[in-house]
Design a protein around this ligand. Sequence first.
Ligand code: PHE
Length: 450
Amino acid sequence: MRDSFASRIGMVLATAGSAVGLGNVWRFPYMTGENGGAAFILIYIACIFMLGMPGMISEFIVGRHSQANAVRAYTSLSGGRRGWGLIGVLGVVTGLTILGFYSVVAGWCLDYLGVSLVGGLRGDAASVERYFSDFTSKAWQPALLAIAFLVITHLVVVRGVQRGIERASKVLMPLLFILLIIIVVSSCMLPGAADGIRFLFYPDFSKVTHHTLLAALGQAFFSLSLGTCCLCTYASYFRRDTNLVRSATEIAFLDTLIAIMAGLMIFPAAFAVGVQPDSGPSLVFITLPNVFRQAFAAVPLLGWCIAVLFYALLVFAALTSTISMHEIGTAYFAEEHHLSRKTSASIVTVLCAILAVGCSLSFGATDSLQVMGMSLLDFCDHVTSQYMLPLGAFLTSIFLGWFISNETLRSEFTNEGTVARRLFPIYRIAIRYVVPICILLIFLDQTGLL
Ligand code: PHE
């Protein structure tokens, strides 16, 4: 019998765990910082509603209807036309590629957790910066940590949906929430924190350009795990009576709440010590250790505690996301190639470990792994988030909006007419017009054509 989520709460926590990840705690704060704060957040929330929720419901419909891995799910909903299965293939490839480079960044988080535990990262600003560049340019240590992260992910995934994924999410997600609250409260109580809070909640629309709009759309996308067939794979473990609209609303709400809380954790502390909020991707690895040290200089033990809790939080957030990416490939190899779960999970782990080692080495240890002038890590990040994710979600909305009958769609959306009937027409307009057009705009913007 095919595995499925045992409880509703387990299902919501696992799916929210996929959505909540480095995208919320690392990417969202620095994007908000770079794009002017509150105005960006408002646009981001609008994007979650306009694009994210219909996109999520679409992937849920494909997965739950077919109760199969991503490739078979698309083929079966199309009535056996194999061409549509290619959306699933794209999802599997995207999922594995993201897992390859994401585990490298997750490995850095593991290292920072270890180093902050033993009281490292306490030197001056220059030494913290040097630590990051020295560490990432080492040959084996970061690569081995990425592999370690993949192995931890593997050990959860092989145990199956109920005993592995659901159980881990039920422990990790509440833990993550508690850590977040502790750090938010400590950060907001610092003298000078009010400026950071103001930055997050008072919109300055003069900073909004069409790039802000499109950056917010792209972020909404990555953060909800849209376009990788990850949501579709998880939905294949949903029960028939799961209310898809309600679940999507809960998950989108949790994901947005946690992203905003991550902002409330980082900006008040950064403003308290006079650090500019727009330091980009290195915010978490270079700026923040300095912020923690300076902000809590009066009580070093508290500074140590907050740093340890913060990197533990990053590790937990990353883990619930890597588990979901791993599951896309594991379900695919097991079901389509008739392998045991153990064997197919091992294939995913080995493939991603090879990519992760390449990504890790390319980031500093060697110059020979450059693609189009970027390190392999940046290249994988760039190609997946800017091309493959939008393409996957675009094709899914075209598929459901234009090639699946209204009756089939309505029956899946409303659980055969029992829930959310009045919302169906809005959903249909969204996936036929709004979602594809928005994605097309992101796409044109990111290829420089707009
Ligand atoms: N949503 C995850 C995050 O915010 C990233 C992710 C992307 C997870 C695609 C699964 C699939 O970090």
